[in-house]
Design a protein around this ligand. Structure first.
Ligand SMILES: [Zn+2]
Length: 236
């Protein structure tokens, strides 16, 4: 069927299938929670990093939980920071081991990336993640099976902060404007596998954003709590 489509349409479909937040072509994933409750989930990718502690301080000040999608290699590099995140009551998700593009990887290599992160996170923190966020949001052949075998569900995002290229006030304003009941918000406490990544913009954006969202009446929840309020994952 695809060969009958104009090339542009076919490649447009593939781009959406691979990166579209609502696409489940390569693996099931969710990008927002239920809209009945005024709750949302703050998520951070690419950590842990040397600056994760600054984010934890802000979250602790407001007494709110978040979900950290960690790279296995970063967890092994900074095990005490990973454990600190868990000890503070936050949720941990799997963000692959080395943050590759899953695009064009063999199913075997893709599964190895996800499995290695799962093992690293479990060994260091004692936590087995339930959620997987694909690096760069890119899903590919083999992910469906890897997720199923490893007991993972895919999570994309409702709004992303572009905190690697915008100013802090722009990031906060962008997220605050897009937030709605059930939103999953994506920011970054690391930068792929970089050592001492520059994430001052993210820290400042979170400092501004959390009070704004609290003022708008939102409560903050982990991804599990947001998506599975009855605490039954099979019902999600
Ligand atoms: Zn990432």
């Amino acid at each position: 069927m695809l060969s009958a489509l104009p090339l542009a349409a076919a490649s447009g479909f593939m781009a959406w299938a691979v990166r579209g937040r609502a696409s489940s072509v390569f693996a099931p994933s969710v990008w927002r929670g239920p809209s009945e409750r005024r709750a949302l989930a703050l998520t951070f990718d690419d950590g842990p990093s040397e600056s994760t502690g600054a984010i934890l301080e802000i979250l602790a000040r407001h007494g709110i939980p978040a979900t950290f999608f960690m790279c296995g290699a970063n967890v092994e590099r900074l095990p005490s920071v990973a454990r600190e995140v868990v000890a503070a009551g936050h949720e941990i998700g799997n963000h692959s081991y080395s943050h590759p593009y899953l695009f064009l990887q063999t199913p075997k290599a893709l599964r190895a990336e996800v499995a290695r992160a799962q093992t690293a996170i479990a060994n260091v923190t004692g936590v087995q993640p339930h959620w997987f966020r694909a690096p760069f949001g890119v899903r590919w052949f083999g992910l469906r099976r890897a997720q199923a075998e490893l007991g993972l569900s895919g999570v994309m995002w409702t709004a992303i902060g572009y905190d690697w290229k915008l100013r802090a006030d722009e990031v906060a304003a962008r997220i605050a404007a897009q937030a709605a009941n059930g939103s999953i918000l994506c920011l970054h406490d690391g930068r792929e596998l970089r050592v001492r990544p520059e994430i001052d913009v993210t820290v400042e954006a979170v400092r501004r954003l959390v009070p704004m969202l609290l003022d708008q009446g939102y409560t903050f929840e982990t991804v599990t709590r947001l998506l599975c309020p009855t605490n039954s994952r099979s019902a999600c």
